[in-house]
Design a protein around this ligand. Structure first.
Ligand code: C2G
Length: 151
């Protein structure tokens, strides 16, 4: 079984993210997504619209994704590759050649896939002029909650 690992924030999920996940999964049999936590996003200088739990649930609903784990720091990648027996780390081409990924070639393959032009979380926010993030509120009802609203 060929195991693929990718990293990201995946906020305001869009077709650029989906295409990345789709092509990453096509490189193997099992896709792990290391999802940036709120705390790590602060380190990355990113403010997310959706909190970690919501972003995790959305990723878990995607057919290409087999497992979602937390990404808490820059340093965890070698441990992740070893712990999950990863064959290939895949990232979008905006990370191509980055020292945050190139060193992983000592432990696994590293593949950069063309970034999808014309879409980004930042662009969505700018285009929609989103002002009020809903962090902290879990927007995706659990099945139990959903059944209640069905009455
Ligand atoms: N991506 C893409 N096309 C876009 C937007 C994003 O291919 N139009 C890819 C990015 O290259 C990345 C993944 O989708 O591989 C997730 O993008 P982000 O959520 O913006 O992730 P990023 O902030 O780049 O976090 O440790 C690495 C970081 O956690 C990566």
């Amino acid at each position: 079984m060929k195991r693929i690992l990718t990293y990201g924030t995946f906020d305001l999920l869009h077709y650029g993210h989906i295409r990345l996940l789709q092509r990453a999964k096509a490189l193997g049999d099992y896709l792990i997504v290391a999802l940036s936590t709120e705390e790590f996003n602060e380190q990355k200088g990113k403010k997310t619209y959706h909190n970690y739990e919501t972003r995790k649930k959305m990723l878990e609903a995607i057919r290409y994704v087999d497992l979602v784990i937390p990404e808490e720091n820059w340093e965890q990648k070698v441990n992740d590759v070893k712990k999950y027996e990863v064959d290939v780390v895949v990232m979008g081409s905006d990370w191509a050649g980055s020292d945050k990924f190139e060193y992983l070639r000592d432990y696994c393959d590293v593949v950069y896939l063309d970034r999808t032009e014309g879409i980004s979380t930042t662009k969505i926010k700018e285009d929609l002029k989103l002002q009020t993030p809903v962090n902290g509120v879990d927007q995706i009802p659990t099945p139990k909650t959903y059944k209640k609203t069905l009455k």
